[in-house]
Design a protein around this ligand. Structure first.
Ligand SMILES: Nc1ncnc2c1ncn2[C@@H]1O[C@H](COP(=O)(O)OP(=O)(O)OP(=O)(O)O)[C@@H](O)[C@H]1O
Ligand SMILES: [Mg+2]
Length: 268
């Protein structure tokens, strides 16, 4: 699998000038990339998470201090596992990095793009174009087929329906779901739904993938395949892939393991 070449044009930067944009070159042989003629962004600088803090209030008014100053950085091509007990704040951390929730303090930067201070539209664009999210409970749309779910981010990014659908079928085929592509997702098993969610996260070829327990519903063989897929995506794109997981095998396949405990992070 070839490595993505470094970008040389600055023609499509974001308002903050974060990314270099280049056109997709379908003959470079990347198994994980779709063949649509879509704009790709490469990440020049990396991800910087600085002193993130988040406190929730319980219905009784009690404060739950979930993150108490989380800092780390990552570069494209790296896979990072976030481990820690249930309730340690793994999902919360991914939500803050992905711009789904805002921190009380601290910041997240992808390249020069400051996620925490972005406006609503910039944030929506960031989530659609730069981030691929695999949610803990996958959040697929139940009335749509697997292929329709996978093609949705491309449709939102204004790709034409034909190429979006073609890409979705190819992506599902790569994860062994060709025969399930036209089924409604509610007819699929939990594990199959999770793989559809991974396809959906990767379909726009994001530079940052945030996967929340992606192997939660899978048997060990399927979980291993899916982990391999995320890891090889990180290398091929190249992208930063962050995986929150309780699965030790999956964590140890990542380049780095960050442990979240009592609101703080440590690295082995
Ligand atoms: N919106 C919210 N309002 C109040 N409390 C919240 C909210 N979101 C998360 N929490 C609390 O924050 C803590 C961390 O939750 P989080 O989902 O991040 O944990 P986690 O490490 O992902 O756990 P798991 O391994 O079970 O998925 C939990 O105590 C949870 O109840
Ligand atoms: Mg969680």
């Amino acid at each position: 699998m070839s490595k993505v070449q470094s970008p040389k044009s600055n023609d499509g930067t974001t308002s903050s000038g974060t990314y270099n944009r280049r056109r997709h070159n379908s003959d470079r042989g990347q198994a994980h990339l779709s063949r649509a003629d879509i704009g790709l962004w490469t990440l020049d600088v990396g991800l910087a998470v600085t002193d993130l803090r988040k406190t929730f209030s319980s219905p009784s008014g009690e404060s739950i201090e979930v993150l108490r100053g989380i800092s780390f950085s990552a570069v494209a091509g790296e896979t990072i596992a976030i481990v820690g007990a249930s309730g340690a704040g793994k999902s919360t951390l991914l939500h803050l990095i992905g711009g789904i929730e805002g921190p009380d303090h601290g910041g997240v930067k992808l390249g020069e793009f400051a996620v925490d201070s972005a406006g609503r539209l910039e944030l929506a664009r960031y989530r659609n174009r730069q981030v691929g999210f695999v949610f803990q409970f996958h959040h697929l749309l139940p009335d749509l087929t697997a292929a329709e779910n996978v093609s949705l981010p491309l449709m939102l990014a204004r790709h034409d329906r034909g190429s979006a659908t073609r890409n979705a079928f190819e992506a599902l085929d790569r994860l062994g779901l060709a025969t399930r592509a036209s089924h409604r997702v509610t007819d699929l098993s939990g594990g199959e739904q999770q793989r559809v969610a991974v396809c959906r996260a990767l379909i726009t070829q994001p530079v940052l993938v945030l996967a929340d327990e992606p192997s939660g519903n899978l048997d060990s063989i399927s979980g291993g395949l899916l982990a391999g897929d995320l890891i090889s995506y990180a290398t091929a794109r190249p992208a930063i892939v962050i995986i929150a997981t309780h699965n030790q095998d999956l964590a140890h396949r990542c380049d780095r393991v960050l442990r979240l405990e009592q609101g703080r992070i440590s690295e082995n």
